[in-house]
Design a protein around this ligand. Structure first.
Ligand code: HSE
Length: 431
């Protein structure tokens, strides 16, 4: 029986070099643990000059992608370059030349996963992607295998380590947004283009993958409502804390019968909610399913070692298949018919935290309350700070559950009042 599995890696950056290091250093450990010899054959990157913290035998390095994809001895191609192009072409070519593929590329899978999985199916090969969501937390396997017998009703996740790190630093250390982002970049958590992190798009990519696994519905990215953390002010974090809430960037998918609500935005969580204590680069996913009930998955969601751990788990998963059971197609799941409608953001219902910047004059509060009332929005609490001469005062309100469209329309009217001096900021709440 062949027990050696040959691996080619494309992308020798932060994650790639950790995977390379572990494959070289732990070869014996893997062999003893599984009976399988994971042999790193070739590593490809367009930049072979930058210093990495692993040394690789010279003949193992190449700039030529085709040397990986076309080498007949390679069993598994690991794509770690990220982005859509040329990662998509590399993966598709690899599948067409009979390789299995491991990838951490959430953007590609969320945006164009259908094409990739179609090719995998046609070529009877697998594409595994544990590292694409939540770094070292094995949430992909948990949903696809561990909870396969369940029907899911909701997924609530903190899925972006960089944003969570920034919000945590802003709230506990008083660090500015810019400084916290810089720290996250220096620590290697952020995407090459960090706007993907802070604008909520990276979370949306990950939510799209989890939703497909849990609900069998591939929601086009442009149908996911996405807001990032770039407009969250330190003041709002402070006022929210005074009211007993924490601001988190949440990725939310909830099922209502045959309808799916799917959104990413900053959210107020009561400080006693489990997700509120998830800080720094940690990720957490709160799953509600009919058989297991409520489950929380928690761990490091970004960074080279947790992500490399997930990549290696997929490599090993494929190696088991290659060595012990030949190839199988068990992970190429077709779209299912469970969901037939994606709820419009306008129809989403939530509680809201609203920050009005007003002039302190008789009747201002009454006018705001009246306009909210006209749109069926009921106030559950109000805080107004003492006036200092000539200052605009913050009026902070929490509302009962309201419809998004009503809130948006009410705010448009309120923002036009002469006594309102800045665009009112709002953050949705989750229980
Ligand atoms: N930039 C991502 C994050 C890395 O901050 O979570 C992990 O996908």
């Amino acid at each position: 029986m062949k027990n050696r599995v040959n691996i080619g890696i494309i992308g020798f950056g932060t994650i790639g070099s950790s995977v390379v290091k572990l494959l070289l250093e732990r070869r014996r450990f893997f062999r003893e643990r599984t009976g399988i010899d994971l042999n790193l054959s070739i590593v490809c990157d367009k930049d072979l000059k930058s210093k990495r913290d692993v040394s690789v035998p010279k003949g193992m390095l190449t700039k030529d992608v085709d040397r990986v994809i076309s080498a007949p001895e390679i069993d598994i191609v690991v794509e770690l370059i990220g982005g859509i192009h040329p990662a998509k072409e590399i993966i598709i070519k690899s599948l067409c030349s009979g390789k299995h593929v491991v990838t951490a590329n959430k953007y590609l899978l969320a945006a164009e996963g259908d094409d990739v999985f179609k090719q995998a199916k046609e070529n009877k090969r697998q594409v595994l992607f544990e590292a694409s969501v939540a770094g070292g937390v094995p949430i992909v396997k948990a949903i696809r295998e561990g909870m396969v017998a369940n029907t899911f009703s909701s997924i609530l996740g903190i899925l972006n380590g960089t944003s969570n790190y920034i919000l945590s630093q802003m709230s506990t250390e008083g660090t500015s947004f810019k400084a916290a982002l810089k720290e996250a970049q220096q620590k290697g958590y952020a995407e090459k283009d960090p706007s993907l992190d802070i604008r909520g798009l990276d979370s949306a990519h990950k939510l799209s993958i989890l939703s497909f696994l849990a609900f069998g519905k591939r929601v086009p990215l442009n149908e996911i409502h996405v807001e990032g953390i770039e407009n969250i002010s330190p003041l709002d974090i402070k006022y929210a804390a005074e009211l007993g809430y924490v601001v988190k960037l949440l990725a939310i998918a909830k099922r209502y019968g045959k309808e799916l609500e799917i959104r990413v935005h900053p959210t107020l969580l009561p400080s006693e909610n489990l997700l509120s204590s998830v800080s720094g680069i940690y990720n957490a996913i709160f799953v509600d399913a009919d058989l297991v009930g409520k489950q929380v998955f928690y761990g490091e969601g970004a960074g080279k070692l947790p992500t490399a751990s997930a990549v290696l788990s997929d490599i090993m998963g494929l190696a088991y298949t290659i060595v012990y059971c030949n190839e199988s197609n068990k992970y190429v799941a077709p779209e299912r018919a469970e969901i037939d409608k994606v709820r419009k953001m306008d129809d989403v219902r939530a509680r809201y935290y609203v920050h009005f910047s007003a002039i302190d004059k008789p009747g201002v509060l009454a006018r705001i309350a009246d306009l909210l009332g006209q749109y069926n929005i009921s106030i559950s609490s109000v805080v107004q700070k003492e006036r200092r001469a000539g200052q605009i005062i913050p009026i902070i309100m929490l509302t009962h559950e309201a419809r998004e469209k009503d809130m948006q329309d009410a705010l448009k009217k309120i923002n036009r009042l002469k006594t309102i001096k800045r665009k009112s900021a709002f953050i949705r709440l989750e229980k």
